[in-house]
Design a protein around this ligand. Structure first.
Ligand SMILES: Nc1nc2c(ncn2[C@@H]2O[C@H](COP(=O)(O)OP(=O)(O)OP(=O)(O)O)[C@@H](O)[C@H]2O)c(=O)[nH]1
Length: 315
């Protein structure tokens, strides 16, 4: 389901049960029991002319028992609510909800412009669709539309959560800032659309190089952030080295780069139990280390433990 797919037609059920106006009450009782349906739609010429709910049947049966009438003599027409309230198939869910609320009914037959029956929608169907759409909207509000990874809002929430856990249980975690090298030159040479494609390639390559417990976010522009829970700085450096190698291994041409292919630089900020640093301070640290990687010639990773910008391998 898509969050903007909010027409009645997309959410109605085709599993409705119909009866003719001439159906006898015993047949109606048997049909509704066998179908386990909340209601029966009475149709004439494929158009809804009435609706029979479980409540209608209970009321009629109770009244008849009191009056001693024979139910075998009764028909759909004696039991149904005539001229049922219907909703047009192209109506919005919220219109259907208003109609069902204002008439205090739970099931609405859905009709086409000529009044022919197309389906049935219930208040429950409408509420289910509504909550599913809310879920989808929430997911979308946390996702970067270009790269399909977490956006900055998602990143901040997850960082705070990871930080709180680390604080409480004395755990390590590392964050990595990655920035595509010479990306302005890439855009200028190959065009912005190609730049977008390469950003997706970078993001996909990074994602494929990470463990499932690691998370990738778009920090902004061509900068990405990786959150590595439970990860020591040295281990984080090894992970990032692998990421950078994999990216270089994609061999995506970049004729304006010293490397001839698309590469990225990275900086790491790590939380160590008792260090007293907030996640925002780690972000600043990662940013400073990223700057250091750029200064060292790019396509490399720096972290605080690497003795001030020696290559990761050398430590
Ligand atoms: N195609 C594309 N370009 C983007 C996007 N976001 C940011 N950019 C571009 O990324 C470029 C980043 O340039 P700079 O910050 O100068 O960095 P750089 O050219 O990568 O140089 P270094 O980081 O020093 O290697 C800018 O030209 C931005 O316009 C995006 O979503 N798509």
């Amino acid at each position: 389901m898509k969050f903007n797919d909010s027409s009645v037609q997309s959410h109605m059920t085709m599993g409705f049960v119909t009866v003719e106006p001439s159906a006898s009450l015993p047949d109606i009782l048997q049909t509704i029991t066998e179908a386990k349906a909340p209601c029966l739609i009475v149709i004439d010429d494929d158009k809804p002319v009435g609706i029979i709910t479980e409540n209608d049947l209970v009321s009629v049966l109770a009244a008849n028992q009191l009056e001693g009438k024979n139910i075998a003599d009764m028909h759909a027409g004696d039991v149904m609510t005539s001229s049922p309230v219907t909703v047009h198939y192209s109506s919005l869910l919220k219109e259907a909800f208003v109609i069902s609320q204002s008439h205090n009914i739970r099931e609405l037959p859905v009709v086409d412009p000529d009044g022919y029956l197309m389906g049935l929608i219930s208040q429950n169907d409408i509420l289910d669709a509504h909550f599913n759409m809310l879920d989808e909207l929430q997911t979308l509000s946390m996702e970067d539309s270009l790269l399909g990874i977490g956006n900055r809002r998602a990143m901040e929430m997850d960082l705070q959560y990871t930080h709180n856990n680390a604080l409480r249980y004395q755990r390590y975690y590392s964050i990595v800032l990655l920035d595509v090298d010479y990306f302005k030159k890439y855009n200028d040479h190959y065009g912005h659309q190609e730049g977008d494609r390469v950003l997706r390639l970078v993001s996909d390559t990074i994602k494929a190089s990470l463990r499932s417990s690691d998370r990738l976010y778009r920090y902004g522009g061509e900068e990405l952030l990786v959150l590595l829970p439970e990860t020591y700085p040295l281990v984080a450096a090894k992970v990032v080295e692998r990421v950078l190698e994999n990216l270089e291994g994609e061999a995506e041409p970049h004729c304006e780069s010293d490397y001839g292919v698309v590469t990225a630089s990275a900086g790491i900020g790590s939380y160590e139990p008792g260090c007293g640093k907030e996640w925002k301070a780690l972000l600043e640290l990662a940013d400073a280390q990223l700057y250091s990687s750029k200064q060292r010639g790019r396509n490399c990773v720096s972290w605080q433990g690497d003795k001030g910008s020696l290559a990761a391998e050398a430590v």
